[in-house]
Design a protein around this ligand. Structure first.
Ligand SMILES: *Cc1c(COP(=O)(O)O)cnc(C)c1O
Length: 384
């Protein structure tokens, strides 16, 4: 007896954790800072932490009332109906629900390359095919309707990531509208706004609801998460906002009690904790500006809580930084082997990351010069 043929499936490569790295290198966990998974450097919303503690004694019950309460609170936040909010086990869970609600064998989904690996993984779980549109490094990973339409071929779902992980680029809402207009009636455009709070951009919920001069439509959905700006990555809570026409499908596709009692209580507390979100967003903006100004390598402009850096060889630089106590994300698994992604940390963490990276870059430059100093070879290394 074997599982079904999973040879097309690839395991998700998460950013590495401090405990894991410290154990492997035989070092003390307190030597490390982790800026590899776009987590919140200020931790969870303090109000959510209190709510989680207080919920401990009631986790013997299924989360019925609180699930409904959180749905309402999220609906209020976006001024949509409760039914338009599909709570899930993380944004990833919401990605699964959108696939369950749409994909039948033979359908394809269109995803960005480079991009977030889970879109394609979820499609394959649901017997869908995966097609890609390219975001070009030479164009600074610019996103517009045309780039996506060139690759589009009647796909059932089209994923946009705005801000985009790992580059930090965004797509204007007018382009999302153009794209939704140009694609088939049966194509749902999913705008993944996992980093929406960090961006100076309006949410694509305006397109669903017909606000800000847009016409309401039934072919756009928006994805959001409590993992990043709210600091609840470990709790697993996210959701999709879907058009009114899609409301009925949730009850038919969701795993019963999609979000746990703890997750719902934490979410309810966090969603009102504006102070924590504002502080988090403020820190990310300062951190990404500091990195752009001070890193001795190309840093792309980012609207997220991370930056992408062109370091020549992401795997070597990430390993060297890790040796020096700073864990960042090598972007090979995103298809960008020349790059690393650094999560925005506190002032102190950001300064340490920049100093460490510059130090590593200088050391590698010296080593390269001493082994083979010709201009040609160093240009080649920088290009890869
Ligand atoms: C982090 C992230 C998500 C959602 O993560 P969850 O922790 O499952 O909520 C979704 N999309 C992108 C692009 C992300 O980076």
């Amino acid at each position: 007896m074997q599982p079904r043929d999973l040879s097309d499936h690839v395991a998700y490569e998460a950013g590495r954790g401090i405990e894991e790295v410290a154990r492997e290198l035989g070092r003390d966990p307190s030597d490390f800072v982790k800026l590899a998974s776009n987590e919140n450097p200020h931790g969870p919303s303090p109000a959510a932490a209190v709510a989680i503690r207080e919920t401990a004694s009631s986790v013997s019950s299924y989360p019925k009332a609180v699930h409904a309460d959180l749905r309402s609170a999220v609906a209020d936040r976006w001024e949509v109906t409760d039914e338009q909010v599909w709570l899930a086990n993380g944004g990833d869970g919401a990605i699964d629900y959108l696939h369950r609600a749409t994909v039948v064998p033979g359908d394809t989904v269109l995803v960005p390359d480079p991009g977030f690996a889970y879109y394609g993984m979820s499609s394959r779980f649901h017997h869908g095919g995966v097609r890609e549109y390219g975001l070009e490094r030479e164009d600074d990973f610019a996103q517009d309707a045309e780039t996506v339409l060139e690759a589009y071929d009647g796909d059932r779902l089209v994923f946009l990531t705005s801000p985009h992980n790992p580059s930090g680029s965004t797509i204007p809402l007018a382009d999302v509208e153009t794209l939704a207009d140009a694609t088939d009636d049966e194509t749902l455009i999913v705008v993944d706004e996992a980093y929406g709070e960090f961006a100076d951009r309006d949410s694509a919920v305006a397109l669903i609801e017909g606000r800000d001069g847009f016409e309401a439509r039934d072919d756009v959905a928006v994805l959001r998460t409590f993992s990043k700006a709210y600091g609840l990555a470990g709790v697993r809570l996210g959701y999709a906002v879907v058009p009114d026409e899609w409301s009925d499908a949730y009850a038919r596709v969701n795993t019963p009690f999609a979000a746990s009692e703890l997750a719902c209580r934490a979410g309810l507390a966090a969603i009102d904790d504006d102070e924590h979100v504002e502080r988090t967003v403020g820190t990310a903006r300062e951190s990404r500006a500091y990195m752009r100004e001070n890193v001795d390598a190309h840093v792309w402009e980012s609207e997220g809580n991370f930056v992408l850096v062109d370091v020549g060889d992401g795997s070597v630089v990430a390993d060297e930084m890790q040796e020096r106590g700073v864990i960042v994300r090598d972007c090979s698994s995103f298809g960008l082997p020349g790059c690393i992604r650094i999560t925005c940390g506190t002032d102190e963490e950001t300064e340490r990351a920049v100093a460490t990276l510059n130090d590593v870059l200088a050391t590698l430059d010296l080593e390269r010069d001493s082994t083979d100093g010709t201009d040609d070879s160093s240009a080649e290394v920088a290009d890869t």
